[in-house]
Every structure is written in C-alpha cells, then in structure tokens.
Design a protein around this ligand. Structure first.
Ligand code: SAM
Length: 460
C-alpha cells in the first residue's frame, strides 16, 4: 500500500477547513451549487463550504439542489434490500454495539440449513437483494463460512423467489479473503469506518482486531486491490462531529478515485440507535435537520454514488431523506441472527421502521416513487469504473428506469395484494413514457408482456 493511502485523512486539515469556510459569499455559493446541479460532484473543500454555511436561505437552496440532482440521476426510483445476519459471535468491543464481546447473551451462528430458512423467508417477502452481516470472529466465522453462506443464499430458490445480489458487510480483512469474496460473486463490499476521527475511533473500539484504526481505514484499498471494485463506505453518525465525518468521507472517496480510478459505489448513513447492553452515550448525535443536510450535501458531492438509509430511521425521516437524495432503503429488516424465520432474536440495535416490506412498497408507490429490486448492473458486468463512467455519461439512466419497472412488475405479480397490483400497474404505465429512447421503451413493453406471461428475471 502506498504512503498516500495512510495519509488521506489529515484531521487538523479537516478542522481548519471547517473553520475557514463559515459564511460563504453569495457568488461562491452560487458557483458551487451550479457545479453540483451540472452533476459534476464537489471537491472536499466545496463539501466543507456547504456544510459550514449558517445561512438559512443557503441551506434551503442546498435541499432544493439535492432534490433536483436526485431527480436527474435517479428519477423516482428507490432500490430496496434487506440485511441478513448470519452470526453474532464477535471478538470486538465496540461500545455502541449489542454484539460487543463479553456481553452475555446466547450467541448464534446459523448453520447452512438455518441460512436456507432465512433466505426462504426473505424470498417470500419479495426481496432480491441482501446485505450479509456478521460479527467478527476469525475462528468461529472465518471467510470460508461466509463463502459457504453466499453459495447457500444464491442457490436457494423458493417458489418465484431468488436472491440475485448479495452485498457483504463483514469486518475489515486481508486481500486474500477479499479475493475469495470476489470469487463468490458478491455485489458491493461494504465497510463502515464508524468514525474517521482517530481518538474517538480508538476510544469506542478499545479491544479486538477492530481497534486498529489504520487497518480499518485501509480495508477498502485491500478490497480494491483484490478486485472488488464496488465498495461501499459509511459512518456511524453520533460518534463524532457529523461535518468532520462527511468531509472525511469525501476525502476517502477522492483517495480511492486517485488510486483505483473509482470511488465509493455506495455510502451508508446510519445514526446510532439504542442497543441492548450498549455502554455508549452519544455526545455528537446530529439533529434531524443536521442529518438531512448532511445527506443533501453528500448527494451533491457524489451524485452517482448510491446513498443508503436503513430501518434505523423512522418512516417520517426516511420520507424526508428521499427528498434529500438517498437512493436505497432497507425494508422489513430484522437486525439479529435468525430474525426472519425465528422469534425472540437478540438484535444488534433497535430499528425505527418496523413496517413490513409490502407496506413500504405501497407507501413508496403512493408517494410517486418506484420501488426497484433491480440487480442488472453487476450481473451484466457493469461494476466499478465501468459503472461510474456509464453513470457519469448519463447512459445508465436508460437502463435503470426500464429495470426498475420490470422488477416492480415482477414483485406485483408474485407478491402484490390486489391494491399493489393495481397501483403498481398504473405507476408502470405512467412511467413508461419517461423512457425517452423509443426502441428501449418498446423493448421494456415487450419484457413486461413476458413477465405477465410468467417469465422471470428479465432485464435490459
Ligand atoms: N462486524 C462488521 C464490522 O465490524 O464492520 C460488520 C458490521 S455490523 C454487522 C454493521 C454495522 O452496524 C456496524 O458497522 C455499525 O456501524 C452498525 N451498528 C452497530 N451498533 C449500532 C447501533 N447501536 N446503532 C446503529 N448502528 C449500529
């Protein structure tokens, strides 16, 4: 790993930037927003400026711009997924987490048969995309176990259900392990930095392999070097100043772009939730308003990076966050091992949106959003730099809208109530006109006819 890898987070510099950029003169502010509205993204300095302004009028314009950028890049689409916890055995001591080592509760690691049961339950909900989650325990939960779990998940087909993309959120590891994940056909490798602020990081991760800040910080480099070109980042908001974290995220993104030609495929924005046995009282929890603004600024900074919100947020906040530019939501989630097929499961934290996925879908449709289960890109080899180049050229849009409509039609046919079938049908008919290319519109119509006739898993 190059020296640059170890130097891309300079804390004093970030603090200086936050100090420097208060009160942006109107013209400079306008230039930054213009650039963002042209989908050119923002540098970390520009990001810092938008995070620092205290002017209510400027903040309002940031929200409006984020909404516009979201509409231009993602239209009305929202991609849906669910987490799947396979093991809560953990050797780390993250103060905020209920899986923390030494906390006494009955730990579980699912057998392959139990994983099948979980997958069947998720497929019965209509899910096609999962995020695989596990605590860190090199002996009990080695990479071979994770790879076996992936094989089990991809092979389990229940009625019309199948899981088509599994993103993986497991602890930082070495290049060899990442290579094995690549061979197992994962979607995005996701790792939250939790906090980029080193002293805070070391305080909240006092023991275990995760206590090594630099090893954690450079994990996405190792993943890239192993060929995992779709990597996802995240920060656990509440651990440290949210503005510092947002700038650090963009610095990290710039670092990956420089070194590997492509930055984050996704950014997750979790806020700390109450967790059984947590011994951490957040001093830096961003208010709802600050959190919304952080999401909006990140949307402007990295317009083609998916932004993910989980069920840690309430239905009301999730709705507002969509307007700020988020593009992916989890739904119907169980944040504990065996939670979909079992009961009384110990969760990693409390969720704040407990609606079943069918209700979330109905609500999205009512709001005019298109719930999407699309997994076409990575299955067609559109990943990493190739994906980003296509996204930046605007070409990806011509595929995303058709694929979202196709997967919604599939969902409605296989899992929808009468009401969802009817509402989804109307939404699809209305949105078809938004496919500007005539031959693509015709091709989508043809695929929708084939879906109606019982064919599945079609995409453009
Ligand atoms: N063990 C892996 C690791 O260390 O990266 C996987 C991550 S864990 C299953 C998923 C994420 O849940 C963590 O990265 C952390 O940000 C988040 N998390 C843990 N405790 C939380 C809490 N109390 N509230 C909200 N999110 C929490």
């Amino acid at each position: 790993m190059s020296n640059e890898s170890l130097q891309f987070i300079d804390e004093e510099y970030i603090h200086r930037l936050l100090g420097d950029t208060r009160d942006i003169p109107g013209a400079a502010f306008g230039d930054i927003l213009d650039k963002a509205l042209k989908l050119k993204g923002l540098t970390h300095q520009e990001t810092a400026a938008l995070l620092s302004t205290g002017s209510q009028e400027q903040i309002q314009r940031i929200f409006e711009a984020a909404k516009q950028v979201r509409e231009q890049v993602y239209g009305d689409r929202i991609v849906l997924f669910a987490p799947l916890y396979i093991s809560d055995l953990c050797v780390n001591s993250c103060l905020y987490c209920s899986f923390r080592h030494g906390r006494g509760f009955s730990r579980k690691k699912l057998s392959q048969e139990q994983i099948r049961a979980e997958v069947r339950a998720l497929e019965a909900m209509g899910h096609k995309r999962l995020a695989l989650e596990a605590g860190e325990d090199p002996d009990a939960c080695p990479i071979e176990y994770v790879v076996d779990a992936l094989k089990t998940i991809y092979s389990e087909k229940h009625k019309s259900g199948d899981i088509r993309r599994v993103n993986v959120n497991i602890a930082a590891t070495g290049t060899e392990d990442y290579r094995k994940l690549k061979e197992a056909g994962i979607g995005t490798y996701i790792l939250f930095q939790e906090t980029y602020h080193r002293r805070t990081y070391e305080t909240v991760h006092p023991a275990g392999p995760k206590s090594d800040y630099l090893y954690h910080l450079t994990a996405l480099d190792r993943a890239m070097e192993a060929g995992l070109d779709d990597v996802g980042a995240g920060v656990l908001f509440g651990l440290y100043d949210s503005r510092f974290e947002a700038i650090a995220l963009i610095l990290h993104n710039e670092h990956l772009e420089r070194e590997y030609g492509v930055g984050f495929h996704t950014i997750s924005l979790p806020r700390i939730r109450p967790a059984q046995g947590s011994v951490f009282a957040p001093q830096y929890m961003p208010s709802d308003q600050e959190f919304l603004r952080t999401a909006a600024v990140l949307r402007l900074a990295v317009p083609f990076t998916g932004i993910i919100i989980s069920t840690r947020e309430s239905p009301g906040m999730r709705k507002k966050l969509i307007d700020c530019g988020i593009s992916q939501l989890s739904g119907g989630s169980r944040a504990g091992v065996g939670g979909y097929s079992g009961s009384g499961v110990a969760a990693q934290f409390d969720v704040d949106d407990e609606r079943p996925v069918s209700e979330i879908i109905e609500c999205l449709i009512r709001q005019g959003n298109i719930p999407s289960f699309c997994t076409a890109c990575y299955r067609s080899g559109r990943t990493g730099e190739y994906f980003m180049d296509m996204a930046k050229s605007g070409n990806i849009k011509n595929l995303c809208l058709p694929n979202s409509l196709i997967t919604l039609a599939e969902y409605a046919a296989d899992y929808g109530s009468e009401e969802i079938i009817q509402k989804a049908g109307k939404l699809i008919a209305d949105q078809l006109d938004g496919i500007t290319d005539e031959s693509m519109r015709e091709r989508t119509r043809e695929i929708l006819r084939r879906i109606k006739n019982g064919e599945r898993d079609l995409y453009v």
